[in-house]
Design a protein around this ligand. Structure first.
Ligand SMILES: Nc1ncnc2c1ncn2[C@@H]1O[C@H](COP(=O)(O)OP(=O)(O)OP(=O)(O)O)[C@@H](O)[C@H]1O
Ligand SMILES: [Mg+2]
Length: 267
């Protein structure tokens, strides 16, 4: 099985989904086999990658987590890109909420199903998980239990960007210990950065001080083409390969792959 990377931040609107779909696109364009798991009942990644209503899907990640008998390949949907997708929709909430409190599926459902997928011979080089904006709960726990790494997207323009980040990392650490996961922070990714603003400069300084080398060198600039791409349910490199947004996500995908290589070599 390939590397599993969760994109997580309990804050909403920091660029988790945008980073997952556009990194997936860039990885796939470089010849890697990629699976995106949408673990957010908002279904935003499913909309962007699927270009159809996630409510029309017969099986979603909710069914995958809840139904022990459901074969994971049944949940895979083809996207217009060469990316596989396990979609989510609002039904996911109810399906997960209905799991008994002590059910192992609340922790290991995703991990077990991804392993099963691999045993079925359906392998991916990278599995990217789009997490909901939460700090706890069965969805986040499943992501942490399954993932090898997490990327922490941070909004580069918000003066509150770093607030609660320590708390989030501690929460992930606690779930890691309880679930026997080996998840590690791969890095913090600054998104929506605008160096022309005072807030941008201030936040960047604070992030660099806090994360040091753990902050990715690539920064995702604020770019209207990214917003346009999201609005039209497309990846930014598909909409405009010459845009800054496309260049930034290409560069991030390369840095991410490189960093995974370095972390693996040193452990
Ligand atoms: N680099 C960028 N430049 C401009 N707009 C961006 C950029 N990145 C993200 N956005 C916009 O910011 C908004 C939030 O992004 P996104 O949905 O990726 O965040 P999220 O963390 O997944 O949110 P949620 O927590 O609700 O799932 C979207 O409208 C998106 O189009
Ligand atoms: Mg999102």
């Amino acid at each position: 099985m390939g590397r599993i990377i969760a994109f997580a931040n309990y804050k909403g609107g920091v660029g988790k989904t945008t980073s997952v779909v556009n990194t997936a696109y860039a990885l796939s364009a470089n010849g890697h086999k990629v699976l995106v798991v949408d673990l957010d009942p908002q279904g935003n990644a499913s909309l962007t990658l699927g270009r159809y209503n996630p409510f029309e899907q017969e099986y979603t990640v909710g069914n995958l987590l809840a139904d022990k008998e459901l074969s994971p390949d049944k949940c895979l949907v083809q996207t217009p890109y060469e990316i596989d997708l396990i979609p989510a929709n609002l039904d996911t909430y109810a399906l997960v909420a209905a799991l008994p409190p002590n059910s192992a599926k609340r922790i290991y459902g995703l991990k077990n199903k991804l392993a099963e997928l691999s045993r079925q011979g359906i392998d991916h080089d990278y599995v990217l998980i789009d997490c909901p904006p939460q700090i706890e709960g069965a969805l986040i726990t499943n992501a942490i239990a399954a993932a090898d790494y997490y990327v922490l997207p941070i909004e580069g323009e918000s003066v509150y960007a770093l607030q609660g980040v320590g708390h989030l990392m501690q929460a992930i650490e606690a779930i890691r210990e309880d679930s026997g996961s080996t998840i590690k922070l791969l890095g913090a990714l600054v998104t929506m950065f605008d160096m022309r603003t005072t807030a941008g400069k201030t936040v960047m300084q604070a992030i660099t001080k806090y994360f040091k080398d753990t902050a990715f060198k690539t920064v995702i600039r604020r770019n209207t083409t990214i917003n346009k791409a999201n609005l039209s349910n497309r990846c930014v490199c598909d909409l405009d390969p010459k845009s800054f947004g496309c260049a930034d996500y290409r560069s991030f995908a390369e840095e991410m792959v490189q960093r995974i290589g370095q972390v693996q070599d040193s452990s």
